[in-house]
Design a protein around this ligand. Sequence first.
Ligand code: HEM
Length: 187
Amino acid sequence: MPKMGFRAGSARSLGMLRHTHVMERLRGEIASVMGGGSIPSREQIRRMPYLACVIKESLRLYPPVPLNNREAVRTTILPTGGGPDGDKPMLNIYGHDAYEFRPERWESGELANIGWGFFPFSGGPRQCLGEDFAQMEVSYTIVRMLQTFSHISLPIGEPNEPVGSEKQQLTLVLLSAEGCKVEILKG
Ligand code: HEM
């Protein structure tokens, strides 16, 4: 992924504001669906649409399976350029803030016709068989983490790295090369 130009101070505070907003919305949704209960059921997780947006946005920016191989079964000519005159970028699916972590983009309707522009679990006959299981597993884990820890944030002094600048490691899947450091408080 290309690196983005940014001013460290402003990017950090903007990023922090956005993350605080995401966490607050997520905590609010979980509290309102769960009431006094603690173990989320499949049915309760289905009533957490913002959580689904957060997971989608994470899969968009950090796809665990970031590449795939396919062989064309017939000669296929790709378009030479985008826009009416062929001089626009061919791929501009997410717009000017494509590198921002913004779960709201999935609920606004702006990506309603995204089709094959987003396929973290692939598609067609060889689509991931574990998609539903994986979605439930990660939803459950996030809900339980947020219920268990009243405070989850970037530790002081830890850089808020813009998307595309963090070190990644490719094994069978893509992972963060240096881990994900967080500060947590129980209660
Ligand atoms: C976030 C988690 C996961 C992601 C992003 C993911 C993504 C993918 C992708 C992109 C493929 C297609 C690979 C290809 O075409 O070469 C795939 C295939 C597959 N996945 Fe997943 N997967 C996830 C979790 C799981 C889990 C939890 C299971 C099992 C419980 C699973 C089982 C499978 C199987 C069996 C296939 C092969 C399907 C076939 O070729 O017919 N996946 N997955």
